[in-house]
Design a protein around this ligand. Structure first.
Ligand code: FES
Length: 105
């Protein structure tokens, strides 16, 4: 199994997984927050349409984690602090709730 890093922490992945798939498989469902309201975001559409999953990869900003294949050694940053598993669960619930109410980002 190979690894890349997100905010300096290792994330294992298997060949063929996207960055987002590897993050979710590792238990992380949110990795950034909205500019307005700081609401948690991770994968929403999973097909490159909604831009909820944006990350910076090897210095290139605005990359959609759900469509970029994971590669060994890639450096992924979020501009956020690491979300704990407990917070991530809350974040997933919050993302669903805010999406149903309308998005601000
Ligand atoms: S989850 Fe929608 S673009 Fe990545």
């Amino acid at each position: 199994m190979s690894e890349f890093s997100i905010d300096g922490r290792p994330v294992p992945f298997t060949e063929g997984q996207t960055v987002a798939a590897a993050l979710v498989a590792a238990g992380r469902v949110a990795w950034r927050t909205t500019r307005v309201g700081h609401r948690p975001r991770g994968v929403f559409c999973g097909i490159g349409v909604c831009f909820d999953c944006l990350v910076t990869i090897d210095g290139a900003g605005g990359q959609r984690a759900c469509v970029v294949p994971a590669r060994p050694g890639m450096n992924v940053t979020t501009g956020e602090t690491m979300t704990t598993a407990a917070t991530a669960t809350t974040a997933a619930t919050a993302t669903t709730a805010t999406t149903e109410e309308g998005d601000d980002d």
